[in-house]
Ligand binder design. Sequence first.
Ligand SMILES: Cc1cc2nc3c(=O)[nH]c(=O)nc-3n(C[C@H](O)[C@H](O)[C@H](O)COP(=O)(O)OP(=O)(O)OC[C@H]3O[C@@H](n4cnc5c(N)ncnc54)[C@H](O)[C@@H]3O)c2cc1C
Length: 221
Amino acid sequence: MVVVTNPGGPKYRNMSEIIVDLKLPGITVRPLYNMIGVHCFNEVFFEDVKVHKKHLVGEKNKGFHQVLSQVDYERGGFERLMQNYPLYEGAKDIIRKNVSLKSDPVVRDKMAALDIELELGRLLVYHVAWVTDQGRIPNREAAISKHFCTRFEQKLGDFVTELLGQFGQVMPGYPETPLNGDVADSYLWSPSYTIQGGTSEILKTVIATRGLDLIFTKRKA
Ligand SMILES: Cc1cc2nc3c(=O)[nH]c(=O)nc-3n(C[C@H](O)[C@H](O)[C@H](O)COP(=O)(O)OP(=O)(O)OC[C@H]3O[C@@H](n4cnc5c(N)ncnc54)[C@H](O)[C@@H]3O)c2cc1C
């Protein structure tokens, strides 16, 4: 958890990271289900919960800056690009086997565009790995990579859904479901790609301020 440990202290220097055992008294966990019916979130209530200071992670009151570095590592991974890779292969396969799709200029154009973006995404992820390998925290690089790769994944889901028409909406678990139901599954998950791990708006702010040095200062009234 990130918790306030210095109430009233300076902004960004008043919180800490701490590991909390969910079995402690005073904690109530209520499940939340997403639009696919999957339980991966909870509402968690804390009432007078006491945690020993030995469970502090890193330094006291440095939690905000610790989290910022941690998300830099979280953002730049291959999974931001590849988690729906079977859809990409599946779409290519469907198009190749279908004469009318194969000769449709719109389909060809969209599939080729995805192919270009997959290659670009791969290079961006490698760049993040290279920066990490140099011993630097991949800040701007991870923001660029995540922003680009998650948009690619959304476009992939949109394209395959469009390609399969109503069949694309059949959920996993039915024998006639194309591509194991990955199409409907990924379409419904895809809005979260540009939110989780930092929204695209925040990533662009990271790129603008730390990459391009476009520091925003509020005008005095
Ligand atoms: C599937 C999924 C999994 C997740 N997993 C985790 C997890 O494992 N651990 C974890 O801690 N969190 C997790 N999250 C939470 C996620 O990190 C947050 O939802 C995300 O960072 C956005 O924060 P928020 O929901 O508070 O939105 P807000 O910060 O309230 O933002 C709401 C909207 O306003 C925009 N906005 C906010 N501030 C600005 C600004 N300064 N400039 C421009 N636009 C702005 C945002 O882009 C967004 O569109 C997950 C979320 C999802 C959807």
